[in-house]
Design a protein around this ligand. Sequence first.
Ligand code: AMP
Ligand code: ZN
Length: 484
Amino acid sequence: MNMFRIFKHSPSEPIWLYNTLSRQKEEFVPLKKGSVTMYSCGPTVYDHIHIGNLRAYLLPDLLTRLFLYNGYTVNSTINFTDFGHLTDDADHGEDKMMKGMKREGYEITLDNMRRFALPYIESFKDDNLAMGNRPPTQYARASDYVTAQIKLIETLEQKGYAYRTSDGVYFDIAKFPKYGQLGNMDLDKLKAGARVEVNEEKHSPADFALWKLSDMGWDSRWGKGFPGWHIECTAMVFDTLGKQIDIHTGGEDLQYTHHNGEIAQAEALTQKQYVNYWLHNAFVTIDNNKIAKSLGNGLRLRHLIDRGFSPFDYRYWLLQSHYRTTANFTWEALEAARSALYRLRRLVYEELGDIRPGYIDSAYQERFVKALSDDLDTPKALAVLWELVKDKNVSAKDKLATIHSFDSLLSLDLSKDPRSGRAALGVIAEDDIPGEVKSLLEERESARQGKDFARADELRDRIEELGFEVKDTADGQRLKRSSV
Ligand code: AMP
Ligand code: ZN
């Protein structure tokens, strides 16, 4: 049984978030009192996601937890890009989905494209859950929203924001002078620095595709083809959350083309501010390199598990750095995260395991929530947690209650019931100790009492051979399964 519950905090601490749009921290004020709408760009489902991608979904999870803690309701969407995502930000290059289908020997049809995507969608959901992220209110598949996307493109065309070329329909950024706010894009430089434009029919290099003609795709007034990448997210935001939302998240790479594209389309359609707070996570690198399958370092959560790590070890490692700084992954760093988390778990499930939780320590709670409310300062929040753990002036009962409450924000799996927590640590309940091991333990206890340490060591080895590890503590011998 998971004892996870959200602890509400009162009075609420103002939440400050770094808004990429204004390039500063701003106090969060929702569009509608007491509720939050949040959209996160989901993965392109042509393969399994790597550990870097997971950082992009930890961000909305931490935000959701913080908002729930403060008594807000949260309506959130993560999408799946399951068609037509080109290999680069431009409107040319090979389509990732088609490339993936060819790799797996699929005949290229729309039905097969959905079929091909499905295992990667499921794999994403599994990884997201395994890492302790709450699922969003809804997942949305881009291919389920094509009619909505076509309607938006038609309206943009009617309003004069789009033009046709021989290969599709493009958004005319000259009609949207605010274009490029995110990442402070310099359009003049962009024009001057543009390579020989592949598509000479485009009015400006920054114009982007709303519809691409293709032999395979959906029917539309412009001909058979696919909607562009940016319009897909705008349509799913409108449909699942509304025309104006509080928060939009994504990896920092998405801000320049994808998110500026989304703003242009949405605001051209509504004449209202599309998103109030844009949040972007920095990248995870591996040995200071970009993560890419082509570089042979596309580590997945599965690969960490195969090496004996838990997804929560990875989560703990991520929480040690602020989401807006690059996090460089190494196995050594992951091992350090694992042992820190292990120490926390031992405290919660062994030392404090049988204690009934008392009261939340309000001084610690205030500092902890303040750290997270300062643009999700997770390194600081972890430091407060460790300070609490070591504080001898807080009673064991209150410590436990406070750790449980912190865990509803961090999700480090510190709130299981004590029995399953101990089982996860490999600590065994009295009833589950095999008779043979029990008598060896008894014999060893008498050897220890009689100061016959050579015999005690010998018996320890015999116990180990039976798959258990014995540790001598101030309260006597402690047993756990040696596989952990
Ligand atoms: P993609 O499937 O490439 O669209 O990526 C899904 C999400 O993961 C997007 O928000 C990306 O910005 C983000 N992302 C991709 N690579 C990394 C990385 N190495 N570290 C953190 N986020 C990433
Ligand atoms: Zn998106």
